[in-house]
Every structure is written in C-alpha cells, then in structure tokens.
Ligand binder design. Structure first.
Ligand code: ZN
Length: 101
C-alpha cells in the first residue's frame, strides 16, 4: 500500500482518495485525514526505521515520505489519525501486510 509523492498539481485530493481506498478495503472506521497532518505530527520521521523522510525528493526516492497504516486495513485497521504514521518509501515498500510490532 504505497501512496506516491506529493501531488500538488491537477487537484489530486489525497485525503479523499485515501478514504475511498479505505472503504474498498473494508475499513470499519474512516476519518478524513490530511496527509500533511500526519507528517507534521511525526516530524517527517519514519516510524519504522527512524529515517528523516523528505517531501522534496522524487516519489521514487526510498526516503520520500509516505503514509502507512500501522494495522493494515486488510486486517481490520482503521483509517484514522491514530492508525496512520509517516513512513519512508523503503519501509512502506518492504512492509506489505505485516503488522508492525
Ligand atoms: Zn523507514
């Protein structure tokens, strides 16, 4: 589950599409969460490896900032601020559906 980059062009609404995706995956609780709020709360630090992520890098840079569900939606996780963490692309790509300890 990877959200690429910071799309500021073309009116892409991350929060709205994340909510739609959460609904499709069967999330029981879905809040309107802005990605920027997660990044700022976590100070752009990856909750898995502690890397300082960067929003300025290419979306394909392993250190670029992504948002991850601590408890995956496919395992009953909620799409809420408390279940969302800032995560570097590297960890997000390798984590897949494993529940973080
Ligand atoms: Zn990481």
């Amino acid at each position: 589950m990877i959200q690429f980059g910071v799309a500021t062009h073309s009116g892409y609404d991350w929060a709205a599409s994340a909510m739609q995706r959460a609904a499709k995956l069967g999330a029981t609780v879905i809040h309107h969460v802005e990605r920027e709020a997660i990044f700022e709360r976590d100070a752009f630090r990856c909750y898995l490896c502690g890397t300082d992520t960067s929003k300025a890098t290419s979306p394909f840079d392993p250190r670029s900032a992504t948002v991850d569900h601590v408890v995956p939606l496919s395992r009953g996780g909620e799409h809420t601020l408390t279940n969302l963490r800032c995560c570097c692309l590297h960890c997000n790509s390798s984590k897949r559906d494993v529940v973080a300890a």
